[in-house]
Structures are given as C-alpha cells and as structure tokens.
Design a binder for this molecule. Sequence first.
Ligand code: SF4
Length: 228
Amino acid sequence: MSNENQLSLFDTSTTSQSASSFDLIPTDAKVPIPPGTYETIKQIADHCNRCHRCDLGNNRTHAVIGRGNIQAPIMIVGEAPGQNEDETGLPFVGKSGQLLEKILASVNLSTETDIYISNMVRCRPPNNRPPTTPEIEACKPYLLEQIRMVDPKIILFTGATAVKGLTADKRAISKIRGSWIEWEGRLCMPIFHPSYLLRNPSREAGSPKWLMWQDMQTVRAKLDEIQG
Ligand code: SF4
C-alpha cells in the first residue's frame, strides 16, 4: 500500500460529514459514554439494539430500554429483562409487570402519566439469572442517560440488584425497603421487586405485599407533597 493510501485510512472527514456521533456505537465497555451523549431515548434504543459492551448482547431479541412517560415524576429501576421483555422490547410486561401495574393503580399512579420504568441492564441474562457486576457497569451509562433525560423527582429501586448497582449499598432489601435515601442528589426509595411479591402472595399485616402497600402510600404522599 502506498504511503498516500495508508494515510487515507486515518482520514475521517468522509464519515464525520455523513454520520452523526450517534452512529458511533460504544460497543466496548471501555469506551466511556459521558453524560449528554444522547439527546433522545430513541438514540439510546438505537445503540442498545446494536450494543455489545457486554456478552448479554449476544443472545438478545430486543434490547429493553424503558416504557412509560419520559417526563414522569417517578422513575422505577428494576433488574433485567426476562423472556417476555426480550420478546417485546418492553420492561415489566410479564406477570411481574402486571402486578406492578396493579400496585401502582392502587395508589392512583400510572405508566401513562406518572411513571417511567427501566432496568439495570437492557439485554436479557441467560436463564433469568441476575446480571453480573461487569454487565451492570457496562450498561449503567445508558441508564444514567435515561435518568438524566427523564429527570424524575423520585426514583424507586425495585429489588436489591438496582440498589446495589446504583448506590453500592449491599444491605438486604428487607432491611432498607420503605426508607428514603439520597443518591446523586435525588430522592430514592428501595422497594420489593414484584417478582418477590408473586412468590409471597400473603396479604397479612407484616407480609411483603402489605409492606409494599405501605411503601407505595408513602411514595404517593411524597409525590403529592412535592407537586403541591
Ligand atoms: S446489556 Fe447493556 S451493555 Fe450489555 S449488550 Fe445489552 S445494551 Fe449493551
């Protein structure tokens, strides 16, 4: 190859003129995704559906970005997509999602207006295992961009994986659920994951379902207070 041809390999003027920065997919987890990289959720979805920052990208049908109102005052962060979510590209659409919708409706909250839902990782882990720490770290910049865009007044962490993944707090969810914590200047509350409630259906006082009901009433009251 001539020197001139070799040099032309370093010439990015053609691509930079014809392609926006959003065409440059950060497929390696070492490539940083600084705040402000994305302007829309659709841009994030576009990258995630072609992303291989971790191995979860190898088997996905759809990357699962989020659903609900992107201007919602409350954001819910779960763990990872399951089979239904992988198939539809939407978070919390299986049995856990149906229960979550019922729980939200019980305190007059809805994904149409008040809630935006996402997960710690955007691609389904095999056999529904929890995502690993490297997978969570690889996917976290996408979540942080979503949180920046939605700019919620309240964030609910559903389950220990979300709490640990964002705040590094490793305490059991049963110990910290229902308490307000501050993370990155935001008001947050850990709550039970709906799948845990499906495995513990009792509604007796003190049961996980009963505690969830208390927590959601606390969240509703706080939102009313914030919104005046
Ligand atoms: S889980 Fe996240 S980081 Fe991993 S491949 Fe999917 S979108 Fe990329």
